[in-house]
Design a protein. Structure first.
Length: 340
């Protein structure tokens, strides 16, 4: 029965729907180049990072995504250069997506502590799928419910697609606020395994930003002396639109050095009978003086799919900022560490 239901989904919506939207990360600021290429070099130093997401683990068909990146900033050229590698897997059709991209950003100083980054990213996409167990809607006899032929017989397309892609964005920030816009998939790469020419990936638009408030510092006892404990509170958002889909992430981050706590809402409430309320997200992280930052988040599903059915989503992020000076004195910008 489950196979038939999935087959009917292919009949009604077609292949492109399954791959028409990008993978979304709950800790989107922990994966900054994926969010906006203008974030390339935004720390003013060198960094590497990794993100892993396991979405809806209790379903028979799982969704796994991962991303790794590295970037550095050159003071001499006011420029950042980065490399990002993305991957995703969906178990039902054994669909796999791979992307590698090179990003560049230029930093323009607008004031003593305000900057504008303009960024771009060019990349290569590879989509691969195995349709041996897939039953297309055209293989179902509507009158009898019988399956015509064997699984995989109805698929006659190319199971491997490759294409180039291009993304661009802008980012403004000062000591308190930040605001960015980005556009992904400007080259509209193909996504359909059956009709490559007419089905392309919609452009994804994103608007993101926020504000950080400094709180009164505390003290950390390191057994030898007391040092100031940084404390801050930030509000931020990320709105994205792709094709007929749109979504808002809205939340807050509390930083009590070295602990980070975050709470987020994902969705887009509407007046219609099917509001897009997707998840409540809780995040826990640490940001250490040695440049290591680790975060874990869990998505509590609040959509009609249900928390019990989906199992929510687990996400882990890790990054390291290289510095040859005291991390406390490194360039500060107000963006959240992960996006809690």
């Amino acid at each position: 029965m489950k196979r038939i239901i999935l087959s009917l989904s292919f009949l009604i919506f077609g292949f492109p729907v399954l791959v028409a939207q990008d993978i979304q990360y709950s800790q989107f600021y922990a994966n900054p180049i994926y969010l906006n290429p203008a974030f390339t070099g935004s720390t003013g130093m060198s960094r590497v990072g990794f993100s892993f997401r396991n979405q809806w683990p209790t379903l028979d068909q799982s969704f796994i995504a991962y991303s790794a990146y590295g970037d550095f900033f050159s003071d001499r050229y006011n420029s950042g250069v980065g490399l990002i590698i993305n991957g995703a897997q969906e178990s039902f059709t054994q669909t796999q997506l791979y992307e590698i991209g090179l990003s560049y950003s230029y930093r323009l100083r607008l004031g003593e502590s305000s900057f504008l980054h303009a960024g771009a990213q060019g990349g290569f996409l590879l989509r691969d799928a195995l349709f041996d167990d897939v039953i297309l809607g055209t293989q179902l006899d509507i009158n009898t419910g019988q399956i015509i032929g064997q699984p995989g017989d109805g698929f006659e397309g190319d199971s491997r697609l490759s294409s180039s892609d291009f993304h661009a964005g802008l980012l403004y920030y000062d000591n308190k606020v930040w605001f960015g816009i980005s556009a992904h998939h400007l080259l509209r790469p193909p996504i359909s395994y059956l009709d490559v020419e007419s089905n392309t990936l919609p452009i994804k638009y994103s608007t993101h930003g926020g504000i950080r408030f400094d709180l009164a510092p505390g003290d950390i006892n390191d057994y030898f002396n007391n040092t100031d404990q940084e404390r801050s509170f930030a509000l931020s958002f990320n709105y994205k639109s792709q094709g007929q889909f749109s979504q808002l992430d809205l939340g807050a981050e509390f930083f009590f050095e070295p602990l980070i706590l975050g709470f987020w809402y994902r969705g887009l409430p509407t007046k219609y009978s099917l509001p897009n309320n997707e998840a409540i997200i809780a995040v826990l992280g640490v940001s250490l003086d040695n440049g290591i930052e680790v975060g874990y988040s869990f998505d509590f599903t609040i959509s009609k799919l249900g928390q019990f059915n989906s199992g929510g989503a687990h996400e882990l992020s890790l990054r390291y900022i290289f510095t040859n000076r005291n991390p406390r004195n490194r360039q500060r910008n107000p963006m959240p560490t992960f996006n809690y």
